[in-house]
Each structure stands twice: as C-alpha cells, then as structure tokens.
Write a protein that binds this ligand. Structure first.
Ligand code: PNW
Length: 421
C-alpha cells in the first residue's frame, strides 16, 4: 500500500442538524424559509430525525470509524425556558448507537442555526444573551457523556460574514459594526463553553480556512490578500489565546481561553484584489479560478490548499482535524478523485510532522445546502427526496475501503491521484 495512515487516524463523514434532520421548526432558518426570505425550504430534509438508525447502520457497514454532526439547540430549547426531553433522548440514542457501532462521535454545538426566540432577542449581537447559550451548554455537557470530541462553533467567521456583512444568510443584517461585535461575542461564548466542558471532553473550534491568493503579483494585491487572510482566518483564532479580538475598526477585549483542537473546514481558495472601498476593508475577494471544471457550488478544486491550511493552522501548536472537505458534483468519479487527491496532501502533512488526527468528508449524504437548497450533491450517499431512499454511491465504498485499511492502495493512487505533490 502506497499511503498508510497512522492507526489512530479517524476516517469519518460530517453533517449538520438543519441540513439533514428535517422539520427543524424552531430555529431562525426555518422561520426565514417560511416567510420566503430564503429561496428553498428545508422541509423534511433527509428525514434523518426518523431514519437515524438506518444512517448509522449504513456508516458502520461502509466502514467509517467516526462521524461529525451537530446538536440543534432549538430542539432542546424550542421556546425560552422550555426544555424538550424527547429531543434530548433522541440525541442520546444517536450517540449511544454510534458508540455501540464503534464510531467516534465528533459533536458541534452550534452549526449556523439558533433558536428563533434567541434571535428575536438579538442573538449573539447582544452580550447579555450569552446566559441562554450557557444554559444550552450545561445541558449539552449532560447530553454528551461518553463523547470525546466536542466543538463549540462551526465556522464562526462564515456565520458573521454571511449573516452580518453580506446579509446573504439570516438574520440578513448588513452592519460591519455589528458583525465584529458578533464575532467578539462568539469568542466570549466559546470561552464560556470551554470553561464548562474542559476536562470532560476535548473541546475545540471548527474554522473554515479558505486559501487567500493575491490576484496579481503587485504589492497592493499581496497586501490585500494578507489583510483578508488575517481578518477572515486568523484574527478570530488568535483572540482565543491572546484575549484581544482585532476587528476591522477596533479591538475588543475577550476572555483568554483555549481550544484542545482546531477543526479545519477546507474547500477552496479565494482570489484577493486591492480595493479603494473602506466599506470592503480595502479588498475585494472572490472565488479563485484555479481549475477548469467548477463544482456545483462554482468552486475550483485545489487540493494543495488543504496542505497549506494545515501548515498555517499548525502555528497554534494544537492537534488538528479536517472536520470538513468535500465536493458538490453529480460526477461521482470526480468525487473519488477529489477525496484521493486531498487525502494525498493530508498524508503528506502527517509525514511532514503536522498533527492531523482525522478527516471528515462533507457529507455523509446529499443534504439541504443553505441558500442553494437540494441541488448541490455533496453526498457519498445519494438521497431520493421523494422516497428518502439512501443509495451509497461508488465513492461511498471507495472511501469505506480507505477507512477500513487506513490507507490508499496503489491502484487507486495511480488511477485518481496526483503524480507529484
Ligand atoms: C460549510 N462560503 O459552509 C458548512 O459548514 C456546511 O454547512 C456546508 O454545507 C458546507 O460548507 C458546504 O458549503 C460554507 O460561501 C458555506 O464561503 C459557504 C461558504 C463557506 C462554507
């Protein structure tokens, strides 16, 4: 075998509650879906809330040894002060079944959605609302017994950017001033959760790391790329340890905290140009054009970027996981190629001494993709949205074989891999 990963390495898949469970009626996304502010309704999504047993059995049969998913806060607390024990028990069943099957759970507490009642009070834009977050975290500590890996937030800067800068996502606020305040409050929320959960779990954070490439060789564009990189990728993570969050306009004091691991979500790169517009923080970032073929999301495929992201995040000296990496395509052969090429780079990173402990393909199954609805197909498993039938694609089996062997056999590398890294 050409590529053999260490025995401890986790080969998993990733999902998020609102994208697969269905009938998540108590959160902000559902609300905006109903009033027509979002183009697609999640509806029953993949109906995973009812079919979780089937899904976990499938994972086990396919040979995946880890699974990243999120707990929906609004299921546990559909209304203020109203705790839903049924939802608690269902999540407990999910965790127990995973443990029974030898699948390591990796649980995210916040994956973009929040209870509607919490958002009506201003959500994370108001520091006094963090008391509600703390209530949720206390319950989560109880719920997650036996789980080892817990992340507080998924992609905090994507949440801030989409919800408060571009206003492309709920709560559709366009206020740079509020945006950085939300980021600073997410840091406080992380610190609170870390204090409650430390020692009981490995508590980390999941950060999307797009590679910021300058649009040209000009000094101006290079500076712009550095600025985008700092503002989007590092200012948030730096603040966890420094206790100072440097937003674009001012710096915020936040608690000095910690993270036991950093989860990296890696998809693609951005191309950054200088701009004279102060409202855009003097840069213009768009999706980089690095491969002829684009995924259904319009993203280029750039496997080398996963190595760059690992190398850059290693500055914090913390264990790392690839908590998301995936491709939206109907061409499943392309998915196989995507996985193998990215895993080649993850392997190289491990060989070079970087502390990467697992890889979670996004996603286990086709799912509701936020603004893009059900069209992008990220899944190893195909979903028929009429019948909810699950059909593993070829990529599901190929990845399963890799997971079981903890390695990639020579024929696969030859057929799909990059010949030089
Ligand atoms: C991540 N962007 O989201 C999320 O964690 C998943 O929920 C999502 O399904 C997955 O990536 C695929 O999109 C992102 O536009 C969504 O920069 C959008 C962006 C980045 C990440």
């Amino acid at each position: 075998m050409k590529i053999k990963f260490p025995e401890y390495f986790l080969f998993g898949t990733a999902t998020a509650a609102h994208q697969i469970e269905g009938n998540n009626k108590w959160n902000d996304w559902w609300y905006y879906e109903q009033i027509g502010k979002l183009p697609y309704k999640s509806g029953k999504a993949c109906n995973h809330w009812e079919l979780y047993k089937e899904d976990i059995n499938l994972m086990a049969e396919l040979g995946y040894n880890a699974y990243r998913f999120s707990i929906e806060w609004s299921r546990l607390f559909p209304e203020e002060g109203n705790f839903n024990e049924e939802a608690f028990n269902r999540y407990r069943e999910i965790i127990d079944l995973l443990l029974e099957k030898g699948i390591t759970p990796n649980v995210t507490l916040h994956h973009f959605t929040s209870p509607l009642w919490f958002m009506k009070k201003g959500g994370f834009a108001r520091e006094e609302n963090l008391k509600y977050w703390e209530q949720y975290v206390d319950k989560a500590a109880d719920l997650l017994k036996g789980v080892k890996i817990v992340a507080t937030f998924n992609e905090p800067m994507v949440y801030v950017m989409m919800g408060y800068l571009t206003a492309y996502w709920p709560p559709f606020v366009k206020s740079p001033f509020k945006a950085f305040r939300v980021a600073s409050n997410l840091l406080k929320a992380h610190a609170l959760a870390y204090d409650t959960l430390r020692g009981k779990f490995d508590v980390g954070i999941v950060k999307n790391i797009p590679i910021m490439l300058p649009a040209s060789e000009s000094e101006r564009d290079k500076k712009a790329a550095q600025k985008a990189d700092y503002l989007f990728n590092w200012s948030f993570l730096d603040a966890i340890w420094s206790g100072r969050y440097k937003g674009a306009f001012k710096s915020y004091k936040v608690p000095e905290s910690d993270a036991d691991f950093i989860g990296i979500n890696y998809y693609t790169a951005s191309e950054v140009k200088h701009s004279w517009n102060p409202l855009k923080f003097f840069f213009d970032a768009k999706l980089a054009d690095l491969s002829e073929r684009k995924t259904q999301m319009g993203w280029s495929v750039y496997p080398e970027g996963i190595y760059k992201a690992i190398k850059a995040v290693s500055r914090y000296g913390k264990p790392m996981y690839i908590t998301e990496n995936g491709i939206a395509t109907l061409d499943d052969e392309w998915r196989v190629e995507f996985i193998i090429q990215h895993l080649q780079y993850v392997y190289k990173a491990i060989e070079d001494g970087y502390d990467v402990n697992g890889y979670f393909y996004w996603s286990l199954m086709d799912n509701y993709e936020w603004r893009e609805g059900f069209e992008p197909r990220f899944g190893l498993i195909e979903i028929d949205y009429e019948t909810f039938e699950r059909k593993p694609r070829k990529s599901a089996y190929v990845y399963g074989e890799i997971a079981q062997k903890k390695g990639i056999k020579e024929e696969l590398v030859e057929k799909y891999g990059l010949s030089s890294l």
